[in-house]
Design a protein around this ligand. Structure first.
Ligand code: S3P
Length: 178
């Protein structure tokens, strides 16, 4: 398998497995990894839930866009995003500029099982996190679809399998371009 020639950008809902799959891609390709939530958190000097609690979601979105603009990489890299990054059109343009955009999807029950119970997702601190996931997913699905170069459905797969699927797809595309 050849090493990816472009960066791999992971998008998708909370609980889709972006961070774990990103780490797996990093291990398998040896490329550098940027996790946008980590960049935002480091910039703010606060964990993500505290940024939301102290400064609110609009401030978080500002930091998120700034962090995205500041990712500077001449070499291909793995770029892991937060689930809401696609809410701003200019972020989507930047993601496409950065590399190949891969959308990880999963059934809502799977998203809930992976993300809903840990208490570290400020947007899911609602009376009915399952319903919140469904609503966020309804609003965001067309935005993810528009941003993505391709999609990988992850509900029945391990993170490792998702990782391999992405690399195989990229390899096939690279061969096709030659
Ligand atoms: C968010 C997803 C989170 C984080 C923040 C907001 C969202 O990242 O950026 O809590 O709007 O969906 P993950 O998708 O990694 O959970």
């Amino acid at each position: 398998m050849t090493s990816p020639e472009r960066s791999i950008v992971l998008i998708g809902m909370m609980g889709a497995g972006k961070s774990s799959v990103g780490r797996c891609l990093q291990r398998k390709t040896g490329l550098q990894i940027f996790d946008l939530d980590d960049v935002v958190s480091a910039k703010a000097g606060l964990p993500i839930p505290d940024i939301f609690a102290k400064h609110g979601e609009p401030h978080f979105r500002e930091l998120e866009s700034e962090a995205l603009d500041q990712i500077a990489t001449d070499e291909p890299a793995i770029i892991v995003t937060g689930g809401g990054v696609i809410l701003r059109e200019k972020n989507v343009a930047r993601l496409k500029e950065l590399g190949l955009v891969v959308w990880l999807t999963a059934d809502e029950s799977v998203l809930f099982a992976r993300a809903g119970r840990r208490g570290n997702r400020p947007l899911l601190q609602t009376n009915d996190p399952k319903a919140t996931i469904a609503e966020l997913s309804r609003v965001r699905t067309p935005l993810y679809a528009k941003a993505a170069d391709f999609r990988v459905e992850t509900s029945q797969l391990t993170h490792d399998e998702v990782c391999d699927k992405i690399l195989v797809e990229i390899d096939a595309r690279t061969q096709g371009e030659r």
